[in-house]
Design a protein around this ligand. Structure first.
Ligand code: NAP
Length: 500
């Protein structure tokens, strides 16, 4: 017997039925069914609702959501019920009725049409207590599919949501965590056994916060390939939506045919996330700002580098339980440098690191681990001094004196400040420094790919290394921690290291 899989439902929120058909076309091939949100339609379209299922050519849910339930319908209730009854003769596979809607003539129309009822509730004020019971209580008759959308307001509410999935097990239901905190529940609908997951396509209006494009769900998050055994990894941060890590890891799983998925988790509470990670049986996760220090309090074992770098960017589940933490930034920094400037990483090399933040600290650690003691220059000289003292290096400010000292430490120059990064790509941390052309110049900034600093270095004839190379190579090192396998380079476009 084929394994049970959740379904992808495309929400149609056009102003006309023609608009909805266009939205459907752009999602066809990715969606299993569609939900026609008739409350978004122009009133002139409503007499034609019965014609829609045949034109759609896939199973359709009819929903006419009232304003008080988060929809746009503000007409008479009697009119809405009449619309439902008349439309059902058109062959809707499902109809979405609110938990308080009890109407004998509508019930008769539902029965006559052979339509299944989705009985929906909506709890926007966070995750309610006794959630599993609340879901079960929604169905009014046998055969109805209970549906509840809850909106978690914090990571702290997520263990209760997952607990409800676990209590409900294989019972038929639609349970969705909306918003960015709930995103994982949309992606893991098969594992969590939600009857369906809702999506929207560009051009349509998002019917609920956090809905994804179905193409992304299928192509990036590998929704069709997921099953109950799929292993889960992810990245935590706040904010997290910009992260490139899901592209890297999911493309790697795809290229190697691994049964895994990698998810972005918006996290505002690290201890609660560790609880969630246990419940979801996470294999490991990447850590980005601002949690790189906070996760260190929850590790059962740690790599020696963590104390020196002062930050953990990789957490891996240990074979016999508990969590191991490491940092792949140093390896991620060195790998592309050794590839693009062979022989440079040796103790005799004279180097300068510009910046004294978290990125600079990993770079200084990496260089010192190879016997190179760089000069550290920073806009705020005190911070450069503190970092230099921790690693027995020299330091200075970003001034004329710093520049002249830099000239004597310029086999390798590493730009590790945020200057030149979007949204201020014109900034240059050291406009006064003239490259001779013999320096190897490495810029940690990866957005944009070519910073002004890197452009100037290239024009002067320097060999350059971009921050994207570091980003992907620290991600590839994480990939190995999570899977035990080398990251498949063929999943990357070698021209610019953009994930294919
Ligand atoms: P951070 O801890 O906040 O440190 C920021 C550093 O940038 C500080 O030294 C700060 O100097 C300096 N800075 C900021 N704006 C500046 C300006 N306009 N002129 C001169 N100096 C300036 O940040 P971080 O985590 O180290 O990140 C720094 C950059 O590296 C970011 O662009 C980040 O995306 C990038 N990064 C890339 C990777 C990668 O994998 N490619 C890894 C880590 C970091 P003050 O001390 O004077 O404030």
């Amino acid at each position: 017997m084929a394994e049970w899989k959740s379904r992808i439902c495309l929400c149609l929120t056009g102003l006309t039925l023609e608009d909805d058909l266009r939205l459907l076309e752009s999602g066809r091939g990715f969606a299993d069914l569609a939900e026609l949100r008739a409350d978004f339609l122009d009133p002139a379209e409503l007499p034609h609702l019965a014609s829609f299922p045949k034109r759609a050519g896939l199973p359709v849910i009819l929903a006419i959501r009232r304003r008080r339930d988060g929809g746009l319908w503000n007409g008479q209730e009697v009119e809405r019920r009449g619309l439902f009854s008349r439309a059902l003769s058109g062959g809707y596979a499902y109809v979405d009725l609110e938990e308080d809607l009890e109407d004998p003539s509508l019930a008769e129309a539902v029965k006559r049409a052979g339509t299944r009822v989705i009985r929906s509730g909506r709890d926007i004020a966070g995750v309610p207590e006794r959630l599993a019971e609340r879901v079960r209580s929604l169905a009014r008759k046998p055969g109805e599919i209970p549906k509840l959308a809850v909106m978690p307001a914090s990571t702290r509410e997520l263990p209760a949501l997952v607990d409800a999935y676990q209590q409900l097990g294989g019972e038929e239901k639609i349970l969705i965590g909306t918003g960015e905190f709930g995103l994982f529940s949309r992606i893991l609908a098969t594992k969590l056994r939600s009857f369906l997951t809702y999506c929207f396509v560009a051009g349509g209006k998002q019917a609920a916060p956090g809905q994804l494009d179905p193409r992304l769900l299928v192509e990036l998050y590998r929704f069709r390939k997921q099953d109950r055994e799929t292993f889960v990894c992810g990245v935590i941060g706040n904010p997290i939506a910009h992260s490139r890590s899901p592209e890297l890891h999911n493309r790697g799983y795809e290229a190697l045919g691994l049964n895994g998925v990698y998810i972005p988790f918006l996290v505002d509470d690290v201890p609660a996330f560790f609880e969630l990670a246990e419940m979801l049986d996470l294999r490991g996760f990447s850590v980005t700002m601002p949690h790189k220090r906070a996760v260190m309090n929850h590790l059962d074992e740690r790599d020696n580098s963590l104390e020196r770098i002062g930050a953990c960017n990789t957490v891996v589940r240990r074979r016999h339980g508990g969590w191991y933490g490491t940092n792949t930034d140093a390896e991620g920094f060195l790998t592309p440098l050794e590839a693009q400037a062979p022989g440079l990483v040796r103790p005799e090399t004279r180097a300068t690191v510009i910046g004294a933040g978290g990125g600079a600290r990993s770079v200084v650690y990496a260089l010192c681990s190879r016997g190179i003691r760089p000069l550290i220059l920073n806009r705020t000289p005190d911070k450069a001094r503190a970092l230099a003292e921790a690693f027995s290096c020299e330091s200075g400010g970003l001034d004329d004196e710093g520049i002249s000292r830099m000239r004597k430490n310029a086999d390798l120059i590493v730009q590790a400040t945020g200057a030149g990064m979007e949204p201020d790509p014109e900034a240059d941390p050291l406009p006064g420094y003239r490259f001779s052309g013999s320096e190897v110049v490495y810029d940690l900034v990866y957005q944009p790919l070519m910073t002004v600093f890197l452009q100037r270095a290239k024009q002067a004839g320097c060999r350059i290394v971009s921050g994207l190379a570091m980003l992907f190579s620290q991600g590839a090192a994480q990939f190995k921690h999570f899977t035990g396998l080398e990251f498949p380079r063929e999943a990357l476009d070698p021209q610019n290291l953009i994930v294919k």
